[in-house]
Structures are given as C-alpha cells and as structure tokens.
Design a protein around this ligand. Structure first.
Ligand code: PGA
Length: 232
C-alpha cells in the first residue's frame, strides 16, 4: 500500500507559511503527501501544493452541508476550497470540543458525501493505557466513529504521545495497528501519529500495518517534514 504522509498544521500558519510548500518541493512518486493547514489557508495552498503533487486537507468539518452554524465549515466548503482530505475526530477536537464518537462518524460521513477522504483519528489517553484499556478504548472509538465503506483513512494517535516528544514502543505501535487492521480491511490505510519526527520516522514507518504518518509539530518546517517524507 502506498504510504500517506500527512501534515497537520493545527492552529498554526499565516500566508507567509505557504513558502513551506516551495521549500518542500515535489512529492516523491513512492508516497502520497498531504498538508492540512488552518482553513484560512486551504484555498491559497491547494493550487500551490497541487503543482508539487501535494494534496491539501481540512482539519475538521461540520456534519451538515450548509445552514445556521456560525463559525463552522462544511465538508462541501472544504472541497470547494480545494481540499481532498479532512481530518475528523482528532483528540484535540474530542477533548476541546467534547466531540462524541457519533459526531465524529457524522463528520466522516459528511466528508465522504462531499467527495473528500476522511482521516478518522482514534487513540487512548495515558491513564487508559496504564490501566490496560488501550485496545478497548480504541476498539470502541472504531466501532463508534468509522463510516461505512472503505474510502477513508484511520489515524492511530495515542493522546499521550501527541506533542509530547515521546512515542509508544515499536512493539506497542505494531500491536495496536494489528488490532486495528483486524477490525477493518486490507484497503484501509492506518497512519500512526504522535511525536513522529525525522529521527523516528523510518523505524515507525517500517512496521507492519503502518501505512503512513499523521505529523503535527514536525510538519511545520519543510526540512523536518521532507526528512519524514524521505523516510517513507
Ligand atoms: P505531533 O502531533 O506530531 O505534534 O505529536 C500529531 C497530531 O496531533 O496529529
């Protein structure tokens, strides 16, 4: 399966940050590259990134196509702005905005309806892992938040590894990806996310059933993101 290296810029980036695209240069044929900038940059980024074979995505969407939802953005709007993917159910959305599995599934279905590829995020907290509940938690999130069909991507992101500079052991990542694979099918890409950086990308991306990475902090600087793409 062709790996997908996805950058999640979160709430970072102004117009000047589009220079990072020039610095990245063309995506290699061996992997798909995606950047999810803040929504304000999607329309400007999409054509610039497309010239390098890099896709653009949103970081969230509303389940409805339009309506009275002040401040929200629909999947159709993301698509219209040039997005091809949309991240849904990121742990920061689940935590900061109280997003339930059912809402995450509705957002993923909205992405599919609009012709986007949803990236559905799942992952346990540190306390859940310490209690031995990681698989039960991730299993429940998969059960509750995946849409039907197979036009989506799953990102396993242990909450305690995000922005933390630490990752699970390679064995733990492989075990969770095998667990997720058993609950999905062979056509679904399963990304790992949480403190992926140039120094650990190669060993993580070499694990079975790791079909790419969702990269936060290290996607903001072209030098780091390029090194991760090269590792794939
Ligand atoms: P990080 O974030 O790479 O900065 O840990 C990953 C994510 O939240 O998608």
């Amino acid at each position: 399966m062709k790996p997908l290296i996805a950058g999640n810029w979160k709430m970072n980036g102004l117009k000047a940050s589009l220079n990072e695209i020039e610095a990245l240069g063309p995506a290699p044929a061996a992997c798909d590259v995606l950047i999810c900038p803040p929504a304000t940059l999607i329309a400007a980024m999409a054509p610039a990134a497309a010239r390098f074979g890099i896709a653009t995505g949103g970081q969230d969407c509303h389940p409805d196509p339009s309506g009275a939802h002040t401040g929200d953005i629909s999947a159709e709007m993301l698509k219209d702005a040039g997005a091809r993917f949309v991240i849904v159910g990121h742990s920061e959305r689940r935590a900061d905005h109280g997003e339930s599995d059912a809402l995450v599934r509705a957002k993923a279905e909205a992405g599919l309806r609009a012709g986007l590829v949803p990236i559905v995020c799942v992952g346990e907290t540190e306390i859940q892992r310490e209690r031995g509940e990681a698989e039960a938690v991730v299993g429940g999130q998969l059960e509750g938040s995946l849409p039907k069909g197979d036009g989506f991507v799953i990102a396993y992101e242990p909450v305690w590894a995000i922005g933390a500079g630490r990752t699970p052991t390679l064995d733990d990542i492989a075990a969770m990806h095998a667990f997720i694979r058993k609950r999905t099918n062979e056509r679904i890409r399963i990304l790992y996310g949480g403190s992926v950086k140039p120094s650990n990308a190669k060993e993580i991306l070499a694990l079975p059933d790791v079909n790419g990475a969702l990269v936060g902090g290290a996607s903001l600087k072209a030098a780091d993101f390029s090194a991760i793409i090269a590792a794939a």
